[in-house]
Design a binder for this molecule. Structure first.
Ligand SMILES: [Zn+2]
Length: 161
């Protein structure tokens, strides 16, 4: 065993931690991991401590505490990690651009969840129509609201950002 001359993170452990994070699903969307959703921003490992910087998708979402404890449990299960510190970063701001294309498709196909574009516009995940109207701020969870697509006459859920 030779000690590294500089305090660089062990690449093997960082990869293992990243893989562990990829297994942490968002409580709202059990098919999607927090990595798919673009929540992971920073990851460092030093002296047995893994520091994970996450970006919250929804301000005040009750799922954040759940995500945090899931992340800690998953990362601390990685061999070589003694402790995991989770930090919710204030910047950069999460946007739907951070999601993987596969995650967007899963949201649209499996959950009928529509994402608000950078211009604030909504596109129907069912028919692709762009005339989706906001209907109600009271969605099934605090993170989503209900909208309506007049083109295919389907209710769609809007992920709040
Ligand atoms: Zn539609």
């Amino acid at each position: 065993m030779t000690a590294p001359t500089t305090p660089v993170a062990s690449p093997g452990i960082v990869d293992a931690v990243r893989a562990a994070l990829g297994s942490v699903d968002d409580p709202e969307y059990p098919d999607l991991s927090i990595v798919d959703l673009g929540l992971l921003e920073t990851l460092t490992f030093d002296g047995g401590v893994a520091r994970v910087g996450l970006i919250p998708t929804f301000g005040g979402c009750p799922a954040l505490a759940m995500i945090e404890s899931d992340v800690r449990a998953a990362v601390e299960a990685v061999e070589g990690v003694e402790r995991c510190e989770v930090t919710w970063l204030r910047s950069p701001v999460w946007t739907t651009d951070r999601m993987t294309a596969a995650a967007r498709r899963t949201l649209a196909d499996d959950y009928t969840v529509v994402l608000r574009g950078p211009d604030g516009g909504l596109r129907c995940p069912v028919c692709g129509g762009d005339e989706v109207e906001d209907r109600s701020i009271a969605g099934p969870t605090r993170c989503r609201s209900i909208a309506w697509c007049p083109t295919c006459r389907n209710p769609v859920e809007v992920m709040r950002t």
